[in-house]
Design a protein around this ligand. Structure first.
Ligand code: C2E
Ligand code: CA
Ligand code: CA
Ligand code: CA
Length: 279
């Protein structure tokens, strides 16, 4: 009887209901944030060798909370991922990114692909492809201007479904990028089975690649792997010249990180793109 009592207690402690209440409170707040326009996007350029040659942008979400101030995506995306709330957020990001491309194009700017981060739940859902294709049409944007970033771990959960959805995304000309590469438990066979375009070397390997031979070797291995699979390689989180130089010497040509550009609001991106108008 005592054992049972303890079991019951596990489900009904005030602490537990407190956590549940907090979670629901937070979900409610995220919903309100969407409705009230408290989210915004910043964009971080991906550059080719020379500092000014921008090949693409990654859209990163920001939550400007009226009381708590700026909340990092690291603090709310994982909670949103526990429910379909993440799909609402991801859809909002896709819509904003495409709307931004249309606005820049209407201003006569050179436009480059925007990458959005998608959660696994959304990738395998039935709604992703119809949503994207409808939005591409609505804004008159080519699929080749949209890129999706998926973390490595997601690909392993339901490879069959990933293959299906990715095939549909490829039909829309959308590029697919594997985020945080090297941190998941990847089997190399899935890389061959999926229609991937880009591998992003995780920041954790970039961080010390100029100081530790082990990290440099890991970067080199990933770069060679990408090359043999004919994938584009991007190093992320590059903060210093020695890191960039090391990665260059290992064969990486596309960089993303504070050393080149921080994530920026759209007006600042426009200033960078304006130097390069469409003709
Ligand atoms: P991520 O996709 O790996 O994004 C890269 C993160 O590294 C971003 O943090 C970016 O601001 C940061 N970063 C870029 N360059 C540097 C650098 O040189 N040094 C350092 N220390 N950091 C750098 P952020 O914006 O806080 O995003 C964190 C994570 O939140 C992202 O990791 C991504 O997993 C998730 N996230 C961000 N925006 C979205 C979104 O719109 N949707 C979804 N589903 N997830 C998002
Ligand atoms: Ca990313
Ligand atoms: Ca990443
Ligand atoms: Ca990351």
């Amino acid at each position: 009887a005592k054992e049972k009592g303890r079991d019951n207690a596990q489900f009904f402690t005030p602490e537990m209901s407190n956590i549940v209440a907090k979670k629901f409170g937070f979900e409610k707040e995220i919903n309100e944030a969407l409705a009230l326009g408290q989210f915004s996007l910043v964009f971080q350029p991906k550059v080719l060798m020379e500092k000014n040659d921008i090949l693409g942008l990654e859209a990163l979400i920001r939550w400007n909370h009226p009381v708590k101030g700026l909340i990092s995506p690291a603090d709310f995306i994982s909670i949103a991922e526990e429910s379909n709330l993440i799909i609402k957020i991801d859809e909002w990001v896709i819509d904003q990114a495409l709307q931004q491309l249309k606005a820049w194009r209407d201003q006569g700017l050179r436009i480059v692909p925007i990458a959005v981060n998608l959660s696994g739940r959304h990738l395998v859902s039935d709604s992703l492809v119809p949503y994207i294709s409808q939005k591409l049409i609505a804004y008159g944007i080519d699929g080749c201007l949209l890129e999706i970033e998926i973390t490595e771990g997601v690909l392993l959960q339901d490879i069959q479904r990933c293959i299906e959805v990715m095939a549909e995304l490829k039909e829309l000309d959308i590029r697919i990028s594997v985020d945080d590469f090297g941190t998941g438990y990847s089997s190399l066979s899935y890389l061959k089975r999926l229609p991937l375009d880009i591998l992003k070397i995780d920041q954790s390997f970039v961080e010390e690649c100029d100081r530790h031979i082990e990290d440099a070797k890991i970067c080199e291995t990933i770069i060679h792997l990408a090359r043999s699979l004919e994938l584009v390689i991007v190093a992320e989180g590059v903060e210093t010249a020695p890191q960039a130089d090391m990665l260059k010497s290992l064969g990486c040509e596309i960089f993303q990180g504070y050393y080149f550009h921080r994530p920026m609001v759209s007006a600042d991106i426009a200033k960078l793109l304006i130097a390069d108008p469409v003709f």
